[in-house]
Design a protein around this ligand. Structure first.
Ligand code: BES
Ligand code: MN
Ligand code: ZN
Length: 506
């Protein structure tokens, strides 16, 4: 079953009247005068002004109003007004979501060709608007994977036109960027939605390898033998309870002419199912733990995007992948594991497995020459308690680097918020018999998890995104169906594309 499709997205610099899509989508602010869209009201026989005057359409965020058009020389047969909210509050993230909401509405009405009007806004320049609109449209061209037999065929948007009257041809690059970032977000969403029997570590590695090779990346898959030779005892300790062998997915982006440094190291948590291991989770909602590889999928999606958009920086991406299962061979609470770096860990809770596999993952990224590290993981329930379902926890050991990730996250529309990493918190990880434990108890659980990972960053600038709350939408929103969100794909890709702003950081 196909879960996503990438439409052709063209730029039109002609007036909106010439929009050639079947449906012409117009973002409308609250109390909008629509003065820049002269003739729109007449094209709809006065329906637009009537709907606004009666209050049927008020411009509330993601509100929709559809009506026939085509009079007054306008080409589109129908017009959709989509609410953009108060003009003063508007951001590129609202614009992206507005495009998604409108494109989803088109798909529901079996409309495959749309035109979208880029409205001028004093805080959003045309290239950023064009990119956000393209991203939003592609994000709408996604369905959660379905294993229902007899499913109806899906309607996809197959062509979209972005209307920037008098706009510059250079907007085409921004549109292509948005198109690729949207597609790579959908790739990550598709993988994170897969049930664990359809996406074991071996299958994840195979699918990642195919996708990455097609994008021109160098791919290496480490199997259990190689992982053992490298001494990755933390990863093996998590994997030993499972019949499925672990894998480490390694991707390299080596653009021609890029200087030897910096090397961006991206590390993603790839737990294809997290039962908790011997410290087993309660039955309720355990099915959700099929998405515990969303960080790994985000790293994969971002690395592919960076390759396809020729990001001007070297990248090594490392995705350790395993199941976390209880069994007669599983690691037990109190067991000691030895990391590839040599540090020993007392495993007090086998459900704190993400930080274990990331520890060996960070070490391996350093072995491969990474100079700047970012890891992404569905790491802690505590992060959901702290920041909820809309915002990533952002941690780091270097303020400048953490701020670079924060800026990238803002451009991407993936909300993140900086959290403290005072060394005092590390006392919670004290062990009687090993270098440290893998859990610091309930207080500040997201922070102690981050500080565990920090132990494996050496002296490199390192940042960590906890996406436990944001990787999965529990409720359908106008711009996001239930399920995997693709969070962090665009953040990491924006970071790679913007290497100029951080390459000097040490
Ligand atoms: N994958 C979970 C974190 C998680 C929980 C993600 C809920 C998404 C939704 C992680 O491996 C985990 O189990 N963390 C434990 C750590 C604890 C044992 C120190 C947690 O958060 O409870
Ligand atoms: Mn766990
Ligand atoms: Zn987990």
């Amino acid at each position: 079953m196909q879960t996503h499709s990438v439409p052709a997205v063209a730029l039109s610099t002609a007036p909106a009247a010439q929009g050639s899509g079947e449906l012409l989508i117009v973002p409308v602010f609250e109390q909008d005068d629509l003065r820049d869209l002269d003739g729109l009201d007449q094209a709809t026989g006065g329906d637009v002004s009537r709907a606004i005057a009666s209050g049927e359409f008020r411009g509330k965020l993601y509100e929709l109003f559809l009506t026939p058009a085509g009079r007054n020389g306008w080409r589109a047969k129908r017009v959709a007004l989509v609410g953009a909210g108060p003009r003063g509050d508007f951001t590129t993230e609202h614009l992206r979501r507005t495009a998604t909401a409108a494109a989803l509405a088109a798909r529901q009405r079996r409309i495959a060709s749309i035109s979208l009007v880029g409205r001028a806004h004093d805080r959003i320049d045309a290239p950023h608007a064009a990119q956000a609109l393209a991203e939003g449209i592609v994000l709408a061209n996604f369905n959660g994977g379905s294993y229902k037999t007899g499913d109806e065929p899906r309607v996809w948007i197959d062509s979209a036109e972005l209307i920037f009257p008098g706009g510059d041809k250079s907007l085409e690059r921004a549109i292509e960027r948005g198109r690729v970032l949207g597609e790579c977000s959908n790739v990550a969403r598709e993988l994170a939605n897969e049930p664990s029997n359809a996406l074991t570590p071996r299958i994840f590695a195979d699918r990642a390898a195919d996708l990455a090779k097609a994008a021109g990346l160098t791919v290496e898959i480490l199997d259990e033998t190689k992982i053992g030779q490298l001494g990755m005892g933390l990863l093996l300790g998590v994997a030993q309870g499972s019949l499925e062998p672990p894998r480490v997915i390694v991707l390299k982006h080596e653009p021609k002419g890029a200087p030897p440094s910096p090397v961006l190291g991206l590390i993603g948590k790839g737990i294809t199912f997290d039962t908790g291991g011997i410290s087993i989770k309660p039955a309720e909602n355990m099915d959700r733990m099929k998405d515990d590889m969303a960080g790994g999928a985000a790293v994969l999606g971002a690395t592919i995007a960076a390759a396809r958009l020729n990001a001007p920086v070297r990248i090594v991406s490392v995705i350790p992948s395993t199941e976390n299962m209880p069994s007669g061979t599983a690691t037990k609470p109190g067991d000691i594991l030895k990391s590839a770096e040599g540090k020993t860990v007392e495993v007090l809770n086998t459900d704190a497995e993400g930080r274990l596999i990331l520890g060996d993952g960070l070490w391996y990224a350093r072995q491969l020459g990474a100079t700047h590290l970012v890891d992404v993981a569905t790491l802690t329930g505590a992060c959901i308690v702290a920041l909820g379902k809309s915002t990533n926890g952002l941690f780091g050991n270097h303020d400048g680097w953490r701020d670079a990730v924060l800026r990238a996250s803002e451009r991407a529309g993936d909300r993140s918020w900086p959290m403290p990493t005072y060394p005092d918190y590390f006392e919670q990880l004290k062990s009687e018999i090993a270098d440290f434990t893998n859990t610091g108890g309930r207080p500040a659980g997201a922070i102690t998890a981050a500080l565990f990972i920090k132990e494996f960053a050496g002296n490199l600038p390192w940042a960590h995104l906890d996406i436990a709350g944001t990787a999965w939408a529990d409720e359908t929103k106008p711009y996001q169906p239930k399920g995997a969100t693709g969070v962090a794909v665009r953040t990491l890709a924006e970071l790679a594309l913007d290497a100029e702003s951080w390459r000097h950081l040490r």
